[in-house]
Design a protein around this ligand. Structure first.
Ligand code: NI
Length: 196
């Protein structure tokens, strides 16, 4: 089932996600719905707060990035095959040099901005079967995970922009909250009722 994606301004996007356990109701179905919702919107990641659930769960499939011709065949293969569910994730460490990447977000359609983040992360998480993993990721993989991880911490990529950039985007962000935007997937806008 395709779920509605919450738009910028929804208070759920600002909540710190709660950890969950195996007994979380209909978890398998929820994860399946998140994949379906993400693919329908052509995303490479989706976090539970974006569909209205403030819990520590996100999914990542970097497949669409594998076509980037600037990457080595090895990097392409890694991105092509990376499809994972992250439950109760905790980034233990971020290291390496800072680099900028042009990020977007399904909750903030039509805005893309360069965001500065560290290259490498060490992350502890559970997969969908609640097996524990500790992994190190870098480059684009780390980037997508950092972005989704921020969602379960109540952080959006626009928070990381300069105050000048934020000021320039203010009107656009307000319009997104009001639903004054063309988008080809299902969304829920927090301020829509106020303008009708
Ligand atoms: Ni996002």
């Amino acid at each position: 089932m395709i779920l509605s994606i919450l738009a910028y301004g929804d208070p759920v996007l600002r909540k710190i996600g709660k950890t969950i356990n195996k007994d979380y109701p209909q978890l398998k179905e929820l994860i399946a719905n998140m994949w379906e919702t993400m693919y329908n919107a052509n995303g490479v990641g989706l976090a539970a707060p974006q569909i209205g659930l403030p819990i520590r769960l996100f999914v990542v499939d970097t497949g669409p990035f594998a076509d980037d011709e600037e990457l080595t065949p090895e990097e392409q293969a890694t991105l092509k095959n990376f499809k994972k569910v992250f439950i109760n994730a905790k980034i233990e460490e971020e290291s390496g040099s800072n680099w900028t990447f042009n990020e977007g977000c399904l909750s903030i359609p039509d805005i893309r901005e360069d965001v500065n983040r560290k290259d490498t992360i060490e992350i502890l998480y559970l997969d969908e079967d609640f097996n524990e993993h500790k992994e190190t990721y870098d480059g684009l993989l780390a980037r997508v995970i950092q972005h989704e991880y921020d969602h379960i911490e109540g952080i959006l990529f626009t928070d990381k922009l300069s105050s000048l950039k934020k000021r320039l985007l203010k009107g656009k962000l307000a319009n997104i909250s009001k639903g004054k935007i063309e988008v080809d997937y299902k969304m829920r806008f927090p301020d829509l009722k106020k303008v009708r």
